[in-house]
Design a protein around this ligand. Structure first.
Ligand SMILES: Cc1ncc(CN)c(N)n1
Length: 216
């Protein structure tokens, strides 16, 4: 079994909870309340900032140019179309400049930022790709698990789905999983336990990140 599959199976309850979350179901059905979407987007924009920093660190630590390039290309999507998506959504949903730039961080957002920073500062490529893999694989999985409707969705729902499905995004997740598989295989026992810990913490935080939009 691939190490990435084994890591996923080792926290399957948390994985199921994150990838079948009611937030994702409501988003794809178009029934998600706009207040929840506003909260989510403002929190997630601060997540993206730290994700970019962690991805940059992983690019630096990747073993070869061939390992580095797919993540570098993916960062271009985040810096380009994904960033524009946030700006257009903030405008359309009337999210204030203050909420866009300095929202009060909810606990899972702060927890995720701390985990990403810790992974980057650990200097271990394996720890970094464990967190990055979870972040993108959980999103690919929820787009695959959710139901769809025939009528068109507002762009701030539809484009969020589009950014996390399809052939290109599947190739990003496959690249990250392959990087994680190799780094895990090369790790010793203690390092493997640390990688598994990062993986599980990230999955748990993904679920809590969605939960937090309902707690306000
Ligand atoms: C919290 C979180 N996790 C993952 C993703 C996927 N890009 C995201 N935007 N936000």
């Amino acid at each position: 079994m691939r190490p990435s599959e084994m890591l996923k199976d080792s926290c399957s309850l948390e994985w199921q909870a994150a990838t079948n979350h009611v937030f994702c179901q409501e988003l794809t059905l178009g029934s998600l309340s706009l207040d929840k979407m506003r909260i989510y987007l403002a929190q997630d924009y601060t997540f993206i900032d730290n994700f970019v920093r962690l991805a940059a660190s992983a690019i630096h630590h990747a073993p070869t140019l061939a390992d580095r390039l797919p993540l570098a290309a993916f960062l271009g999507i985040i810096a380009g179309p994904e960033n524009t998506y946030f700006q257009r959504s903030f405008d359309s949903l009337n999210v204030s400049k203050e909420e866009q730039e300095t929202p009060s961080l909810l606990a899972p957002t702060a927890g995720f930022q701390a985990l990403m920073l810790k992974a980057a500062q650990s200097g271990s490529y394996a720890n970094m790709v464990a967190v990055l893999t979870v972040a993108e694989w959980v999103y690919l999985s929820w787009t695959q698990n959710t139901d769809r409707i025939d009528s068109p969705l507002p762009f701030y729902f539809q484009e969020w789905i589009n950014l996390h499905e399809g052939e290109y995004f599947e190739s990003v997740v496959e690249h990250l999983r392959t990087q994680l598989d190799r780094a895990y295989d090369a790790a010793d026992g203690a390092e493997k336990a640390t990688i598994a810990d990062y993986f599980k913490q990230a999955v748990t935080l993904e679920k809590q990140f969605f939960d937090a939009c309902y707690d306000i």
